[in-house]
Write a protein that binds this ligand. Structure first.
Ligand SMILES: [Zn+2]
Length: 363
């Protein structure tokens, strides 16, 4: 992740507004106050940073200065111990924040705010403010964005999803199994037999509807998942193909993925890829029926049930729609309520709305 253009650091003068606060900072050797103000010991003729380790100036001998220039103008010379003529506040802060960014980007596990602050030698409170002022986001938000990007980058070459998750700094891959097991009401051991021995190619990328995960078996596209979070998509994907051998996409796969993303962006572009549709006989019937609904049209669940010759099965039809794992290519978004309202969508009703709006424009 590249560091965005830095903004001007926050003005820290207000953290030590008066001499009383400044004296307290000097007594505490508070490094946070360094480069914010300087103090001079008028009896020795030396000026120092607040954090200076030299001992015991008396309060009555101390004066405070907003700049090193002001201290020099008062006839003082720089302390040899704390060397108060160092780099500027702006440069020091920038260097610290860049250092923190590098640590976030390279750490095995996400560093805490305290870790980061300690690493660059300032208090957590000060670091938090400084990071936000420079980067326009919190360190936590930066770490999250960075982590998601690392998963995406590593998925492309990792031997397994689990490995990619570990590589990217998630330390709880077992949680993925636990969550998946709960969602599916099956035991983890059962999950491990999913797609056993198969090679599944897959890729993850951004699209205008958020993130998209595409996976394909030797028979065709077996998963198209849409969502806000790459982690969640991986979780869903892993629940379905827990024991497959997961590999990055080859050239053919990349072309399929491009075609799918192109189709999401513009439904005018047809989508004619082989699909590997896995489900019960009934699910497969429902999903095949969905594929006969042309773009720009919608049907209700009961219409679809009638079409299948099972007019009383509209609930089961709705359930089959909700379990479709090949978004867009199996257009479950074209099924709406009897009254035309959108009802639910496995990948978020806003995405359903967006897909239908694009198709309405296209038709
Ligand atoms: Zn000093």
């Amino acid at each position: 992740m590249r560091v965005p253009v830095m903004t001007q650091p926050a003005n820290d003068q207000d953290a030590w507004p008066d001499d009383e606060a400044r004296w307290a900072a000097v007594r505490a050797r508070d490094a946070n106050a360094d480069e914010v103000f300087w103090y001079g010991v008028m009896t020795t003729g030396v000026y120092c940073r607040p954090s200076c380790a030299s001992r015991g100036a008396k309060r009555q001998n101390v004066q405070f200065f907003d700049s090193r220039e002001a201290a020099r103008a008062a006839g003082l010379r720089a302390c040899k111990r704390c060397k108060p003529d160092g780099a500027s506040l702006k440069d020091i802060h920038r260097a610290k924040i860049i250092e923190a960014c590098r640590l976030i980007e390279t750490a095995e596990e996400e560093p805490s705010l305290d870790d980061l602050a300690r690493h660059v030698g300032i208090s957590a409170y000060h670091f938090h403010r400084l990071f936000k002022a420079h980067m326009g986001m919190t360190a936590k938000a930066y770490a999250k964005a960075n982590r998601a990007q690392r998963v995406r980058a590593r998925l492309a070459k990792a031997r397994s999803v689990t490995e990619a998750i570990y590589d990217a700094g998630y330390n709880s891959a077992s949680r993925f199994y636990v969550d998946a097991a709960r969602d599916l009401s099956v035991a983890p051991a059962r999950l491990n037999k999913k797609a056993k021995g198969e090679v599944i190619r897959f890729g993850l990328g951004p699209c205008s509807l958020g993130h998209i995960l595409v996976a394909a078996s030797a028979r065709g596209v077996c998963s198209i998942l849409l969502g806000d979070s790459p982690e969640r998509l991986i979780e869903d994907f892993q629940a379905d193909f827990a024991d497959a051998e997961l590999v990055g996409g080859d050239e053919e796969f990349e072309a399929w993925m491009a075609a799918i993303i192109g189709h999401v962006e513009d439904p005018h572009q047809g989508l004619d890829l082989p699909l590997d549709i896995r489900g019960t006989v009934f699910q497969q019937q429902v999903w095949q029926a969905l594929r006969t609904i042309p773009p720009g049209e919608t049907v209700s669940y009961s219409q679809l049930a009638q079409k299948l010759g099972q007019p009383k099965a509209s609930r089961a039809v709705a359930k089959a729609c909700a379990t479709n794992r090949i978004a867009v290519a199996i257009p479950c978004h074209r099924v709406v309520r009897q009254d035309g309202s959108l009802s639910g969508y496995r990948w978020g009703v806003e995405r359903k709305e967006a897909l239908l709006a694009r198709e309405a424009l296209a038709s």
